[in-house]
Structures are given as structure tokens and as C-alpha cells.
Design a protein. Structure first.
Lengths: 293, 295
């Protein structure tokens, strides 16, 4: 056959696939399987591992910290997803109006997306500073005595949600913009001839034709927000008084602060199951609201 | 019936109402610009505040009301940051790790993608499914065994520990495979008839026509690596090996209220990435839209 000068076909396949395949096996596939096995052990890395069967999962079910972290993660998701989706959609629709200097505005929304989470989290920690931060300064101008934000168990999570929405608007907006640009202009022209107003065009053309994009953006945001970590680690470390401890925070703490490797692995598989269930659930729900041509 | 009324009504609209319509259009455009400008300010002002804080002398950082334009303007925090903290070393570490990770991903992903897209071999579909399956599992599942592996290999606190686990990407392979599948066969068939090897076809034909896809993957993986926090945080404890995000977190822990120093550090972390973004905007936009697939 052609193209196999010097080497057999299988040899060529091996040449091309093996760097990636070996790397993925060592750093991804085997760790995934090992992690599954690890859930059955208790191991502090100092003494030999100790088989506990499903003990780690039993412990997980009875551990208050796990349920608290799950509740906080869900709180984050419920606050974050609707805000980021609605604002990003609004901005995308406006940016899609063939305005001048769209690139300039697009860039403004995209700067937080390309910035490191650690930098953004530190910046907003400073902005939310109870005494000298600009948020409370601005609130003070209109006569509101702002809360202690990240130092107040009640306000810490809202502050983290606001920061996360601010960082991710540009990302979700970009997906919506790509979807909007795929809607043929003739649809709008036809609707305009039929006398449809702006709102009607949005409601009966834009929304249905954008629903596959919205579905995609929703799934992605959902998966990412189950894994919320960087901003929590930097802004509150899970505090105050555990008010913002989230699932990944718990995994990291158990594995690297308390050296409970098996329990941390069990936690990570619980996270996987949650993400998987939420995704499947969304897939099921989609036929009720997503329109495909 | 309805059609005729419609035609007549639009006909009447003709001349006298046109200027009204134009005015309405203008007002609407202006309203949209105002909304956009306000929301863009909301995105930009925090960054200006970052910059402004980093350019202040110590005694003007914690003031009420806040000083928006630093007076006097000073680079003192940057100078002191470089004196007290190995920020230059961290910058170098970030650059090295991000560059090598990106190059490694481009090479290994494009090679594997070539095999999956352009060679027919037994089990290729099953193997590709394994690639896709690893995409479904969140990174947090692998960090515990990966960390144990690093300790076993003696790779904690090393560059290879920072870089190698991030080089092999199922997502990148998937992305490039999709692109390679769209390249027409004719070019390589001619090359094969002339006696070219698979390597020649990959290197001389497939890679050159795939530059946009490679650029998208490149900027995406550079950004991911430059901004990464969790893995570098776990695998490196030695200050001299820290990347900028981990270094920043340490810096913040050490000088809790020295916000001018901390903000100088964030400026140093953010600005290079912004520069890369401005230089390669189109690839970023495409890459980020595609990266939704990553999850």
C-alpha cells in the first residue's frame, strides 16, 4: 500500500499514536482507574493502605462536611447559572445588532475571561474589602452600610457568585454570539415584513433558534460550576465558619491537608456522579425547550 | 386581502414617515450604546482599580474615600515586589511551563489526531472512544492518584511534575481530529503516489493547512497553563518553582493588607495574557467557543 515506505502500517500507526496514548494512559486513564480502586482503601501515604471496602462511601454519607459542601455548591450553582446565562444572552443580543466598535466592547467583556482566576479572585477580594473596598464605598454614597462580604457567613457566597458571574459573562456571551450569527438574516426580514415587533422577533425567532446554543452553554456552565474551586480557595478558603466550603475544596482538604487519600477519592467520584446525573437530567429535559431544525 | 393592506400601508409609509423611522432607529441605537457602555465600564473599572492600587504608595492604599487616581504615582510596589519576592523567577517559571506544555500538546495531539483522522486501523474507533471517555471525568478525580504517582516518581517540586501531566490532552486530539477530517484527500493521495511517507504527509501537507486549528489549540492551552492553579498548587511547594498564580496566592497569604503589592503581582500575571489575547484574538474567540466542548 501507499504511504508505508520502510515501515509496516501498524508501525506507522504506533509512531503517530503512541506518544499521546502512553501519556494519556499514564497521566489520565490509569489515575482514573487507580482513583476508583483508591476509594476502597484508607491511606495516609505514611503507613500501608488499609482495605475498608465501601467504608469511605458510608463515611461520606454520614459526614456533615460533605452535605454542607454539597449544599454550598448547589447554592453557588443556583445563584450563578441564571445570572450568567441571562446577562450573557442580553449582551450577546445587543452586540449582534451590527453596531460600530463591537470589537472594542467584545474585548472589554473578554478581558476577565483570559485573566487568571487567582488574579481575579484577589482583585475582587480587595474590591469587597469591608472597610476600604470600592463596593462598600459606593454603597455608602447612596446611604447603605455595606456588609462585611467575605467575612460575613451570609454575604460570602453572594460575593463569590458576583465575582464568578463577572468573570464568565464574556465566555458564555461568546458562545451565544456564535449561535446568533448562525441565524439567517432572512428570518428577521420576513418577520419584519409581517409586522413583527422587536420583542416578538426575539421571542419567536431568536430564542427558539438559539436554544441549542443555550443548551450547550448551560451544560458547560453547569459542569464548570460543580467544579468551583480557585475563587473559593483564594477569597474565603471555605470560610467564614465553613459558609463557602464547596466539594472540590473538600477533596483538596481531605487529600492534602488531612492525608485521607481514599476518602478524597470517594469524594471525587461523588462529584463525578453528581455532574453525570445533572448532565443526563439536562439531556432529558432538553426536548421540552430546545428546538432543533 | 391582508397582503394588499400591507402593501398599501408600507407604500404610505414611503416618504413622510421615513425620517420618523430614522429618528427612532437612531434613538434605539443610542440607547443600546449607552447600555453597552455602562456594562463595559462594569467590566473595565475593576481592572483600572487593580492598576491604580498597584501604583500607590503604602500610605494611600487604605484610605476612605478611596483615591482613584494615585497621587503621587509610583512604581514602588513593583520594585519592592521584585526585591522581597522571587516574582521574576515565577514569571520565568510560568513562561517555561506554559510554553513547553503548549508545544507538547501541539505535537502529541496533532500526531494522534493524524492517525485517527487519516489512517484506517483496527480498533481506531474503540481507542478514540477511550479518549472521549476521559473527557467526561473531571480532573479532580485524577489528582489524588496523580499526586501519589508524582511522589513515587520523585517529581514533586520539579518542572517535569508541573509540565508532563498536562501535556497529553484528549480534548486537543479531539479538536484537531475534527479539523483534519475536513481536509480533502486529493493532496495526500498525489503525495503518496510520489512515494511520500506518512510522516512527510503529516509534516508537509496536513500541518501547514491546519495552522488556524493549531493556533486555536495553542492559545487555548497556553492560557490554560498560564492561568492554572490547582495542579501547580499541589505539586510544587518550593517557592523557586512556583508559577505566578500559586506565587500570588502565597504573596497574598504573607502580606495580607499590602494590597498595592498584591495588585502589582496581579497586574504582572494578567498583562502578558492580555497581550497574547490582543495579538491572537480571532484564534482565542474560536478556541474558547470550541473549548465549551472540553468541560
Amino acid at each position: 500500500m501507499v504511504g508505508e515506505r520502510g515501515l509496516g502500517k501498524l508501525a506507522w500507526v504506533l509512531v503517530f499514536v503512541s506518544p499521546s496514548l502512553v501519556g494519556l494512559a499514564v497521566f489520565s486513564v490509569i489515575p482514573i482507574l487507580a482513583s476508583l480502586g483508591l476509594t476502597l482503601y484508607e491511606w495516609d501515604l505514611l503507613t500501608p493502605p488499609h482495605f475498608v471496602g465501601l467504608g469511605n462511601f458510608q463515611r461520606l454519607i454520614h459526614e456533615r462536611n460533605f452535605w454542607a459542601a454539597l449544599a454550598h455548591t448547589l447554592y453557588f450553582i443556583v445563584g450563578y447559572i441564571p445570572l450568567v446565562m441571562v446577562i450573557a444572552l442580553g449582551v450577546a443580543v445587543i452586540l449582534n445588532q451590527k453596531l460600530k466598535s463591537v470589537v472594542l466592547f467584545r474585548t472589554a467583556f473578554f478581558i476577565p475571561v483570559v485573566s487568571a482566576w487567582v488574579a481575579v479572585a484577589l482583585l475582587w477580594k480587595w474590591i469587597f474589602n469591608p472597610k476600604f473596598g470600592i463596593v462598600n464605598y459606593l454603597l455608602g454614597l447612596v446611604g447603605i452600610h455595606g456588609p462585611a462580604w467575605l467575612f460575613d457567613p451570609q454575604w460570602a457566597m453572594p460575593a463569590i457568585i458576583i465575582t464568578s458571574v463577572w468573570k464568565d459573562i464574556g465566555f458564555v456571551m461568546m458562545m451565544f454570539l456564535a449561535g446568533l450569527q448562525g441565524i439567517p438574516a432572512e428570518y428577521y426580514d420576513a418577520a419584519a415584513i409581517d409586522g413583527a415587533g422587536g420583542w416578538q422577533r426575539f421571542r419567536y425567532i431568536t430564542l427558539p433558534l438559539l436554544s441549542p446554543t443555550a443548551f450547550f452553554a448551560l451544560i458547560m456552565s453547569l459542569i464548570n460550576s460543580f467544579q468551583v474551586f480557585d475563587q473559593v480557595r483564594i477569597m474565603t478558603g471555605g470560610g467564614p465558619a465553613g459558609a463557602t466550603s464547596v466539594l472540590v475544596e473538600q477533596i483538596v482538604k481531605n487529600a492534602f491537608d488531612y492525608s485521607r487519600m481514599g476518602y478524597a477519592a470517594a469524594l471525587s467520584w461523588a462529584l463525578f456522579l453528581l455532574i453525570f446525573t445533572a448532565t443526563v437530567f439536562q439531556m432529558r429535559l432538553q426536548k421540552h425547550w430546545v428546538t432543533y431544525d | 386581502m391582508t397582503e394588499t393592506t400591507l402593501v398599501s400601508s408600507t407604500g404610505r409609509l414611503g416618504t413622510e414617515s421615513r425620517s420618523v423611522a430614522e429618528h427612532l432607529h437612531f434613538v434605539r441605537q443610542m440607547a443600546l450604546y449607552v447600555i453597552l457602555a455602562i456594562s463595559a465600564l462594569f467590566m473595565i473599572v475593576p481592572f483600572l482599580w487593580m492598576l491604580s492600587t498597584s501604583l500607590k504608595a503604602d500610605q494611600y492604599v487604605l484610605t476612605m474615600p478611596p483615591q482613584f487616581i494615585p497621587r503621587p504615582l509610583t512604581l514602588d510596589s513593583y520594585v519592592r515586589l521584585a526585591e522581597l519576592f522571587p516574582i521574576r523567577r515565577m514569571f520565568f517559571n510560568s513562561l517555561l511551563v506554559a510554553t513547553l506544555t503548549t508545544l507538547g500538546q501541539l505535537v502529541t495531539c496533532s500526531m494522534a489526531a493524524y492517525a485517527f483522522a487519516r489512517m484506517r486501523f483496527k480498533g481506531s474507533n474503540a481507542l478514540f472512544l477511550v479518549y472521549l471517555a476521559t473527557l467526561m471525568v473531571p480532573f479532580q478525580v485524577t489528582i489524588t492518584p496523580l499526586f501519589i504517582l508524582m511522589r513515587y516518581l520523585g517529581w514533586t517540586n520539579t518542572y517535569q511534575g508541573l509540565i508532563l501531566p498536562c501535556v497529553f490532552s484528549a480534548f486537543g486530539t479531539f479538536l484537531l481530529r475534527q479539523f483534519f477530517l475536513t481536509i480533502p484527500q486529493e493532496l495526500e493521495e498525489a503525495a503518496f503516489i510520489d512515494g511520500a511517507s506518512h510522516w512527510t504527509v503529516y509534516w508537509r501537507i496536513i500541518l501547514p493547512v491546519s495552522k488556524p486549528a493549531l493556533a486555536s489549540l495553542g492559545v487555548l492551552s497556553f492560557m490554560g497553563s498560564w492561568n492554572a492553579f490547582l495542579w501547580p498548587l499541589l505539586v510544587v511547594r518550593d517557592v523557586d518553582l512556583m508559577t505566578l498564580p500559586v506565587g500570588l496566592a502565597t504573596l497574598h497569604g504573607r502580606w495580607l493588607t499590602q494590597w498595592n503589592l498584591v495588585m502589582a503581582g496581579t497586574v504582572i500575571t494578567v498583562v502578558p495574557m492580555l497581550a497574547v489575547y490582543l495579538l491572537a484574538q480571532q484564534y482565542f474567540v474560536r478556541g474558547v467557543v470550541l473549548s465549551g466542548i472540553k468541560g
